[in-house]
Design a protein around this ligand. Structure first.
Ligand code: UD1
Ligand code: CA
Length: 468
């Protein structure tokens, strides 16, 4: 193998007009990981001196994202140099901007598009090795596309020698039928690239400096074929994004299955890159798990959404929504529960149907089984909350806290008007509205007295009172 010193340029300055968005295209997420993170994540495994990221459209956002990305390690971040392309005049102009930052001892430059996220390490390694061994000025990663629309076509002469790349907009009807296309990934020899880049002009329908035109000016060049067309699919539209996400979503699920996670009907399940699922978890149809940790033995779903949450071992979550919360071991959540942010549920807790919990601590062995709202509350151990019980935490201006001690039995349809504290071993009768603190070992009943009137005139009017 010949000796080469390699750096890499990632072109990511484009506006991404076809996404029809104000947000930079390379920051769009695929299963929780941005498009640009994929590219940098793959490149970092190559033996590369520096990574030049050409930024332009909303460059501050792109830079900030990359520097804060959890998918890029610090060592790689140190290798990154941001290069500004103020005006997006085309991919050749973007690459030309890199020149003044490049060390003189760099002999080869790998060029990638910030919008081609799935190219694999093996494909790049093969491109680089082939390039360096063959000593050409330029190697283009090409690919056969069943539907080549939108891509630059690889043009060959009669002897099949690679001579040029023609963009879709510039191509003839005959050229449009060519299925071998440019992936937008290249290796160039330095410094010859720089003098040839200067020759590129914007005389085309888009008035852009096409990087693909530089190929024409380089005399020794080759294509290296990438076998998997999905690897080099570029993201230009939201339709492309969805196609790529479909592939990545499947890859994540397949990886989890091989690690011992059961996934029923995987075509209906979405789990992002930021989630960690331990082995022996079962994920049932229609479930979505984002940035969450699911421990061994849990059963999630069907149709549950878990966001930014941590769930300990052997808990079941059925038809429920959990966000920004912690759930302990052996809990049963749902069907149809909603656990809102800042909730900390301890072990063996049951939260049942149509129960909403927010900013609360629910301690071990406590049950809130039916039709309740528990907000800004601490429920201590062994509490039973009856059906329809509500913590009245909001007085129209401020939120107030509720505290419920150990072993408290709250009957059905109780209103706990906060701020309020209920000590241990209290029984509250059904239908009570509680506004005062309750000391321990107390029974409380607080409801309007019931009156019964025999043969009342209404009864007579309705039923005639004949049967008495
Ligand atoms: C490009 C190639 C095309 C190839 C396809 C593969 C050119 C002219 N064409 O087309 O042959 O088949 O990729 O996906 O390169 N960029 C900048 N500054 C600019 C313009 C673009 O940094 O001024 C960046 C973009 O952010 C993007 C990359 O260059 O990451 C490619 O640009 P894009 O406009 O997406 O080119 P394509 O039309 O996809
Ligand atoms: Ca593109």
């Amino acid at each position: 193998m010949k000796k080469a010193k390699l750096s890499c340029a990632i072109l990511a300055a484009g506006e991404g007009t076809r996404m029809k968005s104000d947000y930079p295209k390379v920051l769009f997420s695929i299963c929780g990981k941005s498009i640009i993170d994929f590219v940098i994540d793959t490149v970092k495994r190559l033996n590369i001196e520096k990574i030049y990221v050409v930024v332009g459209y909303r460059s501050d956002l792109v830079k900030q994202h990359i520097l804060n990305s959890e998918f890029i390690d610090d060592k790689t971040k140190e290798k990154i140099i941001f290069v500004e392309q103020k005006h997006q005049l085309g991919s050749a102009d973007a690459l030309a901007k890199v020149k003044k930052f490049i060390d003189k001892n760099i002999s080869h430059l790998l060029v990638l598009s910030g919008d081609v996220p799935l190219v694999s390490f093996d494909t790049l390694k093969n491109l680089l090795d082939t390039h360096i061994n063959s000593d050409v000025e330029c190697s283009v990663l090409s690919v056969m596309m069943e539907n080549p629309y939108g891509y630059g076509r690889i043009i060959r002469d009669i002897s099949k020698k690679f001579i040029d790349i023609v963009e879709e907009t510039e191509s003839t009807q005959e050229q449009k039928t060519i299925k071998e296309v440019n992936s937008g990934i290249y290796v160039f020899k330095l410094p010859i690239l720089w003098s040839k880049l200067k020759k590129v002009n914007p005389n085309n329908k888009k008035n852009e400096y096409f990087l693909t035109d530089v190929v024409r000016f380089l005399s020794s060049k080759q294509t290296v074929l990438c076998k998997n067309s999905f690897e080099v699919k570029g993201i230009n539209t939201r339709k492309d994004l969805s196609e790529i996400e479909g592939i990545v979503r499947k890859q994540i699920l397949e990886m989890l299955m091989l690690e011992g996670v059961t996934i029923r009907m995987p075509e209906s399940v979405y789990i992002d890159f930021k989630s960690k699922i331990e082995s022996c978890v079962e994920i049932l149809p229609g479930s979505i798990i984002l940035n969450s940790y699911i421990s061994k033995g849990c059963i999630i779903g069907p149709y549950s959404v878990i966001v930014n949450s941590f769930i300990k071992e052997n808990t079941e979550v059925v038809y429920s929504h959990i966000s920004d919360s912690k759930i302990g071991k052996g809990c049963k959540i749902g069907p149809f529960s909603r656990i809102r942010p800042k909730t900390n549920i301890e072990d063996n807790v049951r939260i049942g149907n149509f129960v909403e919990i927010k900013n609360s601590v629910i301690k071990t062995n406590t049950k809130v089984n039916h039709l309740s709202y528990i907000g800004d509350t601490t429920l201590s151990e062994n509490v039973n909350i009856g059906a329809g019980t509500i913590t009245c935490n909001f007085d129209g201006i401020k939120k107030h806290k509720t505290f419920v001690g150990r072993n408290v039995f709250v009957g059905s349809n109780v209103n706990l008007v906060a701020p309020i504290e209920i000590a241990d071993n209290v029984v509250i009768a059904a239908g009570s509205t509680i506004t005062k603190n309750i000391p321990s070992n107390t029974f409380v009943i607080a409801r309007a007295q019931e009156i019964q009137k025999k043969n009342h005139r209404i009864v007579k009017k309705l039923f005639g009172g004949k049967n008495e």
